[in-house]
Design a protein around this ligand. Structure first.
Ligand SMILES: NC(=O)c1ccc[n+]([C@@H]2O[C@H](COP(=O)([O-])OP(=O)(O)OC[C@H]3O[C@@H](n4cnc5c(N)ncnc54)[C@H](OP(=O)(O)O)[C@@H]3O)[C@@H](O)[C@H]2O)c1
Length: 302
């Protein structure tokens, strides 16, 4: 551990803002790279030092990284946090960040990667994470990559509150198991990873005690809240046909459809052995779903 601040890249985002809170609660000095024009007020209000800059502007990264001890990045272009964002941020922007971190000689770089990214060249936003892991390794940056499963708090939010609506959206069979995480847990692990010993160069899968299908989620959340939650699933052939048309204009749609097809193989599953060693026992599915229900404001039985 050294004295400089930890630079968070993506600190205005859904995951990144929780990473900032986790670091602050550990008494860390936090600096956030925030693009010109993005709202930094919430970060400033809790005492975060704001470095205005952009992953697409290498000079701004040199300034943001001056005197920094460690970096955590959750930034992404494909999520389109801002209108006009594109996967170029995940290729060119990430490469710029890796190179700037190498020049600055930081002690640790913590990357938010994606589970199975090294097996999925057909899913662009997964593969871009694997390229970033490779780049950090080639440059000799002392990095650790956490590879989380799908964010359940986001999956359910995109179709509305599943308990209030009595339904949850899915694509393909809801019975194929996959790994989910909660962003609150991942934010804690990312912050821990800044000082975890013995993780350099490692890729650590992040998940729960077991993978599960969307149907299992609906059943467990339904039992906990005393409601009936239906899974409304779009068949894969319908998704693929829609992606073939819309994907011509909007490549991210095709990217997401390929990801859903990958989920259907049953191979989007974490091996949580290393997670257990470094961060402690993974949450059980029931514990995570209970907490998610709590954050959605539902009282839970038992
Ligand atoms: N969703 C999932 O199921 C899942 C699963 C595994 C891993 N992940 C990973 O988890 C992360 C998601 O984080 P999130 O939810 O916090 O994302 P988010 O809410 O979409 O936020 C994206 C962040 O990236 C920043 N950003 C974008 N382009 C930038 C640039 N050129 N320079 C500097 N900052 C830039 C944005 O800043 P502005 O305020 O300037 O827009 C924003 O803070 C991603 O890395 C994703 O790949 C997600």
């Amino acid at each position: 551990m050294s004295d400089g601040p930890t630079l968070v890249v993506g600190g205005t985002g859904m995951l990144g803002s929780q990473v900032v809170s986790e670091l602050m609660s550990r008494g860390k000095q936090v600096r956030a790279l925030v693009r010109p024009g993005s709202d930094a007020a919430k970060l400033e209000a809790v005492g975060v030092d704001i470095a205005r800059g952009d992953m697409m502007q290498p000079d701004s990264l040199n300034q943001a990284l001056a005197g920094v001890d460690a970096v955590i990045t959750s930034a992404a272009g494909y999520t389109r946090h801002r209108k006009g964002d594109s996967p170029e941020i995940d290729t060119v922007g990430n490469a710029n960040l890796a190179e700037a971190a190498s020049r600055a000689g930081i002690r640790r770089f913590v990357l938010t990667s994606i589970l199975t990214c090294d097996q999925t060249p057909q899913v662009p936003h997964f593969w871009h994470k694997k390229l970033m892991e490779d780049r950090l390794g080639q440059l000799g940056v002392p990095y650790v990559a956490l590879r989380p499963g799908a964010f359940l708090d986001q999956v359910t939010r995109s179709g509305g509150d599943p308990v209030a609506k009595g339904r949850v959206m899915w694509f393909g069979s809801p019975r194929v198991p996959l790994t989910f995480v909660l962003t609150a847990d991942l934010a804690r692990y990312l912050a821990d990873a800044v000082d975890s010993p013995g993780v350099e160069g490692q890729h650590i899968d992040i998940g729960w005690d077991r993978p599960m299908g969307m149907q299992d989620f609906a059943d467990i959340a339904g039992r906990m809240t005393g409601t009936r939650i239906k899974v409304r699933s779009v068949p894969m052939p319908v998704l693929k046909a829609a992606a073939a048309v819309v994907g011509r204009r909007n490549p991210i749609v095709k990217d997401m459809a390929t990801m859903m097809a990958w989920f259907q193989t049953g191979r989007y599953v974490a091996d949580t052995t290393r997670q257990r060693d470094v961060f402690g026992p993974p949450p059980t599915a029931e514990d995570a779903i209970r907490r998610l229900m709590g954050t959605l404001g539902h009282s839970v039985r038992g």
